[in-house]
Ligand binder design. Structure first.
Ligand SMILES: [Zn+2]
Length: 350
């Protein structure tokens, strides 16, 4: 794969390809945007482009005979623009980067129990970056979930940012760029990644999965919030259906914890917000076309019948607070009992 195959991030990719075309590549970049929208994939394919042997060969007007046969030479010349700002995906360099064993490309991220990027990892990067590239044009470091650098790591990283080694590119990836040190943020060129619009994603999903009908593609697009990674990696519709079953069990059978072992309490509470959103919309407008879960119109209508709009909104706020406090070790069992009680009270199922 190459940059051209990444879906929905045309704007970010245009900026990156513009940098390559102008041969003005920032030493440090921050890829910012939600989880699951292609930041890491773009970073890897950008690193491939920077080090692609075909791009290099073309630019220097030299094609190594032992690397490519006549066919590939022809192919390269025919797609001049593409090879200049995108990787070929096939040369030894591209293949190594895809496999994660290129000596000049490093991908690091949080590790261990604390889920932090430790200072030892940054120091190791620093050491590796003190040498010139072994075989590529650039040394590239991709720091995934960069906001998880602990204080010591962030300070060490700041030193690297202040005196960037030549022929080196640092790419920070973060869905929470606000959690990075301002001094780190200000030294990086920010590239923003945005979720796909629903109509576009529906289109993409239908092209990818021929047996997916329009209604289901639309539902997946809406549920995933425009994050293609989520729509492709997870069985979102099944998760949603499970969450609704649990909600109904808790409402009707007075069981405090009806969760299956596949659903965490946090995950379930997130889904409940989606259902409450639909109930509130239906209560206020009586319009099924505005629902996220259009296919469950009947159930949403039934659930919202016995509640007032005010109570639905109040419940959404209360459950949001419970969700937030769970992070601070609020007792799970007590929280669920309380959630169950609140739901029955607000939704009129006494
Ligand atoms: Zn290549």
């Amino acid at each position: 794969m190459a940059l051209k195959d990444i879906i929905g991030q045309e704007r970010a990719i245009n900026i990156l390809q513009g940098c390559i075309a102008k041969k003005r590549i920032p030493h440090a970049m921050l890829f910012a945007g939600d989880e699951g929208i292609g930041k890491r994939l773009t970073a890897i394919n950008f690193a491939k482009t920077l080090n692609c042997i075909r791009v290099k060969s073309y630019e220097s007007g030299f094609m190594s005979k032992d690397l490519f046969d006549d066919n590939s030479k022809l192919e390269t010349q025919n797609s001049e623009l593409e090879t200049q700002t995108d990787s070929c995906g096939q040369c030894p360099s591209c293949v190594k980067i895809d496999k994660g064993n290129h000596p000049d490309v490093f991908i690091v991220g949080p590790e261990g129990d604390g889920g932090q990027i430790k200072v030892s990892v940054i120091r190791e990067l620093e050491r590796a970056f003190s040498y010139k590239p072994f075989e590529g044009n650039y040394k590239v470091a991709i720091i995934d979930n960069a906001e998880t650098m602990n204080g010591e790591a962030a300070n060490a990283f700041l030193d690297t940012l202040e005196a960037p080694p030549s022929q080196s590119i640092l790419i920070l990836i973060s869905s929470r760029p606000d959690m990075l040190l301002p001094t780190i943020r200000s030294r990086c060129q920010r590239i923003s990644f945005t979720p796909l619009p629903v109509y576009k994603m529906t289109d993409v999903l239908q092209k990818k999965f021929k047996d997916l009908d329009h209604e289901r593609s639309l539902l997946l697009s809406t549920l995933s919030g425009g994050k293609l990674g989520h729509a492709l990696n997870e069985d979102l519709i099944a998760q949603r259906d499970r969450s609704f079953n649990i909600l109904q069990l808790m409402l009707n059978r007075f069981e405090e914890d009806s969760r299956d072992n596949k659903t965490s309490i946090e995950e379930w509470l997130d889904w409940v917000q989606v259902w409450l959103r639909d109930m509130a919309v239906f209560k206020a407008t009586e319009r099924a076309d505005l629902l996220i879960n259009k296919d469950r119109e009947g159930e949403i209508k039934d659930l919202s019948e016995t509640a007032t709009l005010k109570d639905i909104l109040k419940l959404a706020r209360e459950l949001y607070n419970i969700r937030t406090n769970l992070k601070f070790n609020l007792n799970e069992k007590l929280s669920l009992n309380y959630t169950s009680l609140l739901m029955r009270k607000r939704l009129g199922k006494k």
